[in-house]
Design a protein around this ligand. Structure first.
Ligand SMILES: [Zn+2]
Length: 132
């Protein structure tokens, strides 16, 4: 069964080939709401990988499982991940790369339990830049 449905992220049409066995056994239209184009699904999986890696480091910081000598390595890893997140965001949204702000990593190091809120600030770096 071939179906066309808008990508759940960018709304561009995505053509899906749903296996006939699935169409018989389950609700094939349930799959349609999950439809994503290659560009969006590549971005989302790369972005989620970065978030998972940030979360892993933050969990170690929360558990105080990072030796004092490795604190600087944790900071460098978080900096690399934040920059990667910024690059992914810029490429996906076709924006010029915003300036890296070390305060983001300071915030992650200072309040690792708030890692999600800190990462949510990244799009605003680009929004601020667009206003200038
Ligand atoms: Zn898309």
């Amino acid at each position: 069964m071939i179906q066309t449905h808008p990508c759940k992220f960018c709304k561009k049409p995505v053509t899906l080939s749903i296996d006939d066995d699935h169409a018989v056994l389950a609700d094939p239209f349930g799959l349609l709401r999950l439809a994503a184009c290659d560009r969006c699904s590549d971005y989302e999986s790369a972005r989620r990988q970065v978030v998972r890696n940030v979360k892993r480091i933050c969990e170690l910081l929360i558990q105080r499982a990072v030796a004092k000598d490795d604190i600087e390595k944790a900071r460098e890893s978080l900096e690399t991940l934040v920059k990667k997140y910024m690059r992914l965001y810029a490429e996906y949204n076709n924006l010029a790369l915003a300036d890296y702000e070390p305060q983001l990593v300071d915030a992650l190091m200072g309040k690792p339990t708030h890692f999600g809120q800190v990462l949510c600030r990244i799009p605003s770096l680009f929004a601020q830049r667009a206003l200038i």
